[in-house]
Ligand binder design. Structure first.
Ligand code: AHR
Length: 497
C-alpha cells in the first residue's frame, strides 16, 4: 500500500493526532460528490465554456479548448445544466436545429442578457461526452408543460423510430444519449414557481409520471429539494412523493447576510473565520435532512443530492450584478475542502454534490476573460481531492487543538464565540493507494500532525502536495495566474510507521 497526501494550510507546534475510526461504517465515496454545475448565467456557458466554432479563441467544435483541458484534469463525474433558476424558464425546443436559425431569448433571471440559444441540448450532451461525465438535466416544471418535459426525455434518450427520436436524427445525432440524472424543477419554492411543498409534490408526481425510461435508458429522477433550514420541505416531499423520486436535492450557500454578502478578496480575520464557521454549519443541516429521510425511507433508497452549494460574494466591481462573477481566494479553497470533508462522512445517503458553478459564476473552478483563463484555488482543491472519487472512505478520529474565535454568524452582525477544530481531515483508499487530505484553517500557526500510516494500510509516501499562501486573501488574477498553486510538500517524516 502507498499513500498520497494532500494538505492545505496557511500558517506551520501544537499537535494533532489522526487515527482510523473503526466504529464507523466504510462506504464508497461516489464520484458524483465531485459534480459540477453549469447554468445559463453570466459567462458560464457563453464565453466560459462555449465560444462557437467561428471564435478566434481556440476551440474544439465551439467549446473553449483551455477550459476543456482544465476540466478534463478534474475528472468531472457529472455536470448539471441548464440551471438553476434558468431551468424553469428554458424551453428546450429553442435550443435545437441549425444554430443560426434558433430563436434568441432574454435571460430574465440573470441580468436580462439576450442569448442566441447556440448552446442547447446537443451542445450540452456532446460536452458531457467530451468530458466523459454523466449529464444531469434539470427540466422546467415552473413554466413548461408536462408534454414539453416528456418529449425532451424522448428526444434525448429514445432509439425508437419515434417522431422525437427522428427529429434528433434530423438534427445530426443518430444514437440516443444516455441521460441518467433528471431534475424535475429547481428551487420550486422560489424562482422555480413559488410553490408550497404540498403543491410541488403533486406537480412532481404528474410531471415525473410522463418522463419515461426509453431504449434501456434508466432515469434517476430528482425532486427539487429544500434550501438549507427548510426541513418541512423535505418532510412533505418524503411523505407525498416517497419512492416516486430516486433523489431529493438540497441547496446551501455559505452566505451570512444576503443584503451584504461581503467582498471576495477583501476581508479581515474575523470574516474569514465567520465564513468557515458558516460553511461548516451545513453538517447539522445535512444531519437533520437525513434524519427525516431515515424516518420515511429507512432502507436508504432515496438519495440526497446537494446540487448547489458554495460561496456567494458581491460581484467583482464593474461586472453585471446579474452575472454573479466573483473572485476566489484561499478562503474559498478552505470552504471547498472543509465541505468536501463533511460530504465524505455522509456518503451512505449523499450521492451527489454540485458546487456552484463551474466557470465564471460564484465559487468557480475557472475564470475567463476573453482569451485569458485562470484556475482558482477552488479548482486546485478539486484536482488535489480527485483521487477520493469512487474510493473507499476511511472514517477518521481526529484530536486537534480548538481555535476559539469571535465570529459574526447573524445577518445583524451579532458577535458570538465559536470553537473551530484547527485541523480537518479525510481519507480514502482506492487501488492500493491511501489518500489523506488535511486542512489547517489557522491563520497564524502551522500544525504538526501525527498519522499512524500502518493503521491506514499505507507503507510509504508516493506523493505529497500542499496549497498554501501567506494571506487568506491570496488569489489568482489574469495577469498573475500562479499566485496560488499547489506545490510539492516535503515537510514530513516517516518514522516507525
Ligand atoms: O447558482 C445560482 C442560483 O442560485 C441558481 O440559479 C439558483 O438555483 C440558486 O438560487
Amino acid at each position: 500500500m502507498t499513500i498520497a497526501l494532500s494538505a492545505l494550510c496557511l500558517g506551520a507546534k501544537a499537535e494533532t493526532n489522526i487515527t482510523p475510526d473503526t466504529t464507523k461504517e466504510k462506504h464508497i465515496i461516489p464520484a458524483e460528490v465531485y459534480g459540477q454545475f453549469a447554468e445559463h448565467l453570466g459567462s458560464c456557458i457563453y464565453g466560459g465554456i462555449w465560444v462557437g466554432e467561428q471564435s478566434p479563441i481556440a476551440n474544439v467544435n465551439g467549446y473553449r479548448k483551455d477550459v476543456l483541458e482544465a476540466l478534463k484534469a478534474l475528472h468531472v463525474p457529472v455536470m448539471r445544466w441548464p440551471g438553476g433558476c434558468f431551468a424553469d424558464n428554458y424551453h428546450w425546443r429553442d435550443g435545437i436545429g441549425p444554430q443560426n436559425e434558433r430563436p434568441r431569448m432574454v435571460n430574465t433571471n440573470w441580468g436580462g442578457t439576450v442569448e442566441d440559444n447556440s448552446f442547447g441540448t446537443h451542445e450540452f450532451l456532446n460536452l458531457c461526452e467530451l468530458l466523459g461525465c454523466e449529464p444531469y438535466v434539470s427540466a422546467n416544471i415552473g413554466s413548461g408543460t408536462v408534454e414539453e418535459m416528456a418529449k425532451w426525455v424522448e428526444y434525448m434518450t429514445s432509439d425508437d423510430d419515434s417522431p422525437l427520436a427522428n427529429l434528433r436524427r434530423q438534427n445530426g445525432r443518430e444514437k440516443a444519449w444516455k441521460v441518467k440524472y433528471f431534475g424535475v424543477g429547481n428551487e420550486s419554492w422560489g424562482c422555480g414557481g413559488q410553490m408550497r411543498p404540498e403543491y410541488y409534490s403533486d406537480e412532481y408526481r404528474r410531471y415525473a409520471e410522463y418522463c419515461r425510461s426509453f431504449s434501456g435508458n434508466q432515469l434517476f429522477k430528482i425532486a427539487s429539494g429544500a434550501s438549507d433550514y427548510d426541513f418541512n420541505w423535505t418532510e412533505v416531499l418524503m411523505k407525498q412523493i416517497g419512492n416516486r423520486m430516486q433523489g431529493v436535492s438540497l441547496h446551501y450557500y455559505s452566505v451570512i447576510n444576503w443584503d451584504n454578502k461581503g467582498k471576495a478578496t477583501e476581508f479581515d480575520d474575523q470574516q474569514y473565520y465567520s465564513f468557515l464557521a458558516k460553511c461548516q454549519d451545513i453538517e447539522p443541516i445535512i444531519q437533520r435532512h437525513i434524519g427525516i429521510m431515515n424516518e420515511y425511507d429507512p432502507e436508504n433508497k432515496i438519495k440526497l443530492l446537494v446540487d448547489e452549494w458554495g460561496t456567494w460574494w458581491e460581484v467583482e466591481e464593474g461586472t453585471n450584478p446579474g452575472h454573479l462573477f466573483q473572485q476566489n481566494t484561499m478562503r474559498d479553497a478552505m470552504v471547498a475542502a472543509l465541505s468536501l470533508n463533511i460530504f465524505h462522512r455522509y456518503t451512505d445517503r449523499i450521492l451527489m454534490t454540485n458546487i456552484a458553478q463551474v466557470v465564471n459564476v460564484l465559487q468557480a473552478m475557472i475564470l475567463t476573460r476573453d482569451e485569458k483563463m485562470l484556475l482558482t484555488p477552488t479548482y486546485h482543491i478539486y484536482r488535489m481531492y480527485a483521487p477520493h472519487q469512487n474510493a473507499q472512505h476511511l472514517p477518521l478520529s481526529i484530536t486537534s487543538p480548538v481555535l476559539t474565535r469571535q465570529v459574526a454568524l447573524q445577518a445583524n452582525g451579532t458577535i458570538s464565540e465559536v470553537e473551530l477544530s484547527k485541523v480537518s481531515a479525510t481519507a480514502s483508499q482506492k487501488a492500493g493507494v491511501t489518500t489523506i487530505s488535511l486542512v489547517n484553517i489557522d491563520l497564524e500557526k502551522p500544525e504538526t500532525i501525527r498519522i499512524p500510516l500502518h493503521q491506514l494500510a499505507a507503507a510509504k509516501v508516493v506523493n505529497a502536495e500542499i496549497l498554501t499562501a501567506k494571506k487568506a486573501t491570496a488569489h489568482n488574477t489574469f495577469d498573475q495566474p500562479n499566485q496560488v498553486v499547489p506545490v510539492a510538500f516535503k515537510d514530513y517524516k516517516v518514522q516507525k510507521g
